[in-house]
Ligand binder design. Structure first.
Ligand SMILES: NC(=O)C1=CN([C@@H]2O[C@H](COP(=O)(O)OP(=O)(O)OC[C@H]3O[C@@H](n4cnc5c(N)ncnc54)[C@H](O)[C@@H]3O)[C@@H](O)[C@H]2O)C=CC1
Ligand SMILES: O=C(O)CCC(=O)C(=O)O
Length: 311
């Protein structure tokens, strides 16, 4: 039986790939290098990605032997799941692997935004001492609006509640809510919240969900945090709102295009920006890598030689 070939096209912790290497021919490539990706795929039985590899119809059609695409993480917006389904390719992810890490980063970004931490740090490093310019606001007693109350949203709610914030939630599909959160419509949430934080997937329906109209509903003193996906927020409208002072600040982990290049948002002092670090903790990466590898090995089981038995 030929050894199955697994392409790993984004970085995974070495330990997590070890069981795969014991059973398969593992080939590591850079999924952002389109030509390398397309060249590697015709032989592949499995493909493991994070967010750096775009698994679109061209990729899937090129991979004629492919049985499974594994996303070592949550968001499947970089995988054309409809084409995969049509071609009989299984798509798996690691839905619980990084929720806590994303929630912890989200809370860090909330605090960084309301206390101007990134700009204050930049100013200090430039030799300045502008303490009065960086006076912030407390979170205690204020209102957080959580859009998307799934795995990450729920973890964020618990943590912001510990800051004594009132928690509003908008999620049309959530069947259960925690006792101390209040469900509301999106417009009402945007109008009432001092901090709005996004925790929903990017889909054709949610792309542009937070546009110029929605930003106008927010208080001029409010902050918007996005650790979900770029594109859910209209970046041009966000830039205009931040420049006009109709929104106090934004904290962004994700961008419509990644890397965002020379996005004008990065030049604004009232924007905290980090390079898609939500899941970038040792713990989350290990959990996601192990889960992706376990699921790939399960899908490839019919192709794997039985392990030798010991007597
Ligand atoms: N920054 C990062 O590194 C990471 C970002 N993410 C992003 O965070 C998103 C959320 O992750 P999870 O909480 O694990 O997903 P989840 O699937 O557990 O929860 C998503 C929630 O969004 C809700 N939702 C869907 N459409 C909505 C809409 N129009 N309005 C309000 N709510 C809506 C769903 O009902 C669901 O409850 C992922 O889809 C992914 O894009 C996830 C992990 C890491
Ligand atoms: O794995 C990554 O590169 C980022 C994590 C992420 O965005 C996700 O799991 O949806």
């Amino acid at each position: 039986m030929p050894t199955p070939i697994v392409i790993v096209s984004d970085a995974l912790p070495g330990d997590t790939v070890a069981p795969l290497k014991a059973a398969c021919d593992v080939r590591q490539i850079d999924g952002r290098d389109r030509q390398a990706l397309l060249a590697a795929l015709p032989e592949a039985d499995a493909l493991i990605v994070r967010s750096g590899t775009r698994v679109d119809a061209e990729v899937l059609e090129r991979a004629t032997r492919l049985r499974v695409v594994a996303r070592a993480g949550v968001g499947l917006d970089n995988v054309d799941t409809a084409t995969a389904r049509a071609l009989g390719v299984t798509v798996v992810n690691a839905p619980d692997a990084n929720s806590v890490s994303v929630a912890e980063l989200t809370v860090s970004l909330v605090v960084a935004s309301v206390r101007h931490l990134q700009e204050a740090g930049r100013s200090l490093r430039a030799g300045e001492w502008r303490r009065s310019d960086f006076a912030g606001t407390e979170l205690s007693g204020r209102t957080a609006g959580i859009v998307g109350f799934g795995r990450v949203g729920r973890q964020v709610a618990r943590r912001l509640a510990a800051f004594d914030m009132r928690i509003l939630v908008h999620d049309p599909y959530a069947d259960t809510l925690a006792d101390d959160v209040h469900a509301t419509g999106l417009d009402e949430l945007l109008a009432a919240a001092d901090v709005v934080t996004l925790h929903l997937p990017r889909t054709p329906t949610t792309t542009g969900l937070i546009g110029a109209r929605e930003l106008r509903l927010m208080k001029p003193t409010a902050h918007l945090v996005n650790t979900a996906r770029g594109g859910i927020v209209d970046e041009s409208a966000l830039y205009r709102a931040l420049c006009a002072g109709t929104l106090a600040g934004a904290a962004l982990d994700v961008f419509a295009t990644e890397p965002p290049g020379a996005s004008p948002l990065l030049d604004l002092p009232n924007v905290v920006a980090v390079p898609h670090l939500g899941a970038s903790t040792a713990e989350a990466q290990l959990r996601a890598g192990h889960e992706a590898v376990r699921k790939v090995l399960a899908e490839l089981a019919p192709l794997l030689a039985p392990a030798p038995t010991t007597v």
